[in-house]
Write a protein that binds this ligand. Sequence first.
Ligand SMILES: [Zn+2]
Ligand SMILES: [Zn+2]
Length: 119
Amino acid sequence: MDTETIQPQDMKWLEKGVLGIMWSDGHQGVYPIRYLRLHCPCAACTDEWTGELKLKSDDVPMFIMLKDIQLVGHYALRLIWSDGHDTGLYAFSKLRQMCQCDVCRPEKDPDPKPSRRLL
Ligand SMILES: [Zn+2]
Ligand SMILES: [Zn+2]
């Protein structure tokens, strides 16, 4: 699968707070919007070098809403959030990988915890 050319074909709300994106490879992507907000790829939310999330679960309102979705060129979506954040560009190829459906994520990825160290 050439992930560089993947495109969203359709978007709809699967349920309240869960965005569905139909991809050009025929996959129905499932995206809880709070998950998307928590994994915002912009420099303020994600460390550009390490890819580490700077955002903590507590930083994002439990009932965050999407105010707008804008197409950026042919490669990304810009998400406009109810908390005023709008600098995250979600590249299609990245978004496709972030799918939270049962097939892509058999075990749900919980909100990031402050620490996962076992030792
Ligand atoms: Zn951000
Ligand atoms: Zn999926």
